[in-house]
Design a protein around this ligand. Structure first.
Ligand code: AMP
Ligand code: MN
Ligand code: MN
Ligand code: MN
Length: 283
């Protein structure tokens, strides 16, 4: 069974619509797909309605990727199997969205100060129905040829400590876990191998996440060396975290693909071990 528990649509910084994402998941023969947009679950009603019309079965997991602040790091926590009809959860997500808007305006002001004007309105136009993210700002900077590629937008302007960086006021890790649990979901530490931190900080992060009641950790994600994979597996075992696995797919490109190379190490108990995977599979 192909299981991918981390993906994005144009409701945040992904570039495909929910319908296009699902069509791609079918092509890639994915059986279980979590849609985990940044701080929103708005893609899910469309995704579920579209899948209900399909011949090929696909179990869609209602998910979210919450932004949190921990020390000086942006840490992402996935909520899997959240109740998207929960009004309290919806208002909490709205609070994160409001924070995104404030930060976007401030980033745009900082860019104006270095002579790059009106980035907010252009980024907002690209974001459309979606939550505004730094990825939209990066696209504007690339389109205007202020930088030559997407990564340079972060290393020159949008990354921590750079010209247009604004320290985000996200919720804490403990709060994110609490929100996810209150919405009936499971909390998973996203892409621990991607954070720009030493192994010592990483150990501390996993320990604190587990102590705060976190349920699982992405042990398989893109761009992981075998050594890193081993470290993450050992940390998950040490802290009794369930294993999760996801592509973090944002748009078609040569490096990431839905459902590809996501097999969990056998020694880990999967986060989906007690899920009823027959639900919402239309045949
Ligand atoms: P935000 O959540 O608004 O801070 O935006 C961060 C998003 O930008 C991440 O989810 C990534 O999809 C994307 N991104 C791409 N390259 C980078 C990078 N070098 N550093 C941080 N984020 C990046
Ligand atoms: Mn993203
Ligand atoms: Mn992330
Ligand atoms: Mn993601």
């Amino acid at each position: 069974m192909k299981i991918d528990l981390h993906s994005h649509t144009h409701f945040s910084d992904g570039q495909l619509s929910p319908q296009e994402l699902i069509t791609r998941a079918h092509t890639m023969q994915v059986d279980v797909l979590a849609i985990t947009d940044h701080d929103t679950v708005d893609a899910l009603p469309q995704a579920l309605a579209f899948q209900a019309l399909q011949k090929r079965p696909l179990h869609i997991v209602a998910g979210v990727e919450l932004s949190t602040s921990w020390h000086n790091f942006d840490i992402h926590i996935l909520g899997l199997q959240v109740d998207i009809t929960d009004p309290v959860f919806a208002s909490r997500l709205q609070q994160q969205g409001a924070e995104r808007e404030i930060r976007a305006q401030e980033m745009s002001n900082k860019l104006s100060k270095v002579g790059i004007d009106e980035v907010y309105s252009q980024a907002k136009a690209i974001a459309g129905v979606g939550q505004i993210t730094r990825a939209h700002f990066a696209r504007v900077l690339v389109d205007r040829q202020v930088v030559s590629d997407f990564d340079k937008a972060f290393t020159k302007y949008l990354g921590k400590g750079k010209k247009a960086h604004v320290k985000p006021q996200w919720i804490s890790i403990a709060q994110a876990i609490e929100w996810i649990h209150a919405a009936g979901g499971q909390a998973v530490l996203a892409h621990p191998g991607h954070y720009d931190m030493t192994a010592k900080w990483l150990r501390r992060l996993v320990a604190e996440f587990s102590e705060a009641g976190g349920d699982g950790m992405e042990v398989i994600h893109s761009h992981l060396s075998p050594e890193r994979k081993k470290l993450l597996t050992d940390l998950a075992l040490e802290h009794q975290l369930l294993g999760s696995s996801g592509s973090d797919f944002h748009y078609p490109n040569r490096w990431t693909e839905l459902g590809k190379n996501l097999t969990l190490p056998e020694e880990l108990k999967p986060i989906w071990h007690d899920w009823n995977l027959a639900v919402n599979m239309s045949a």
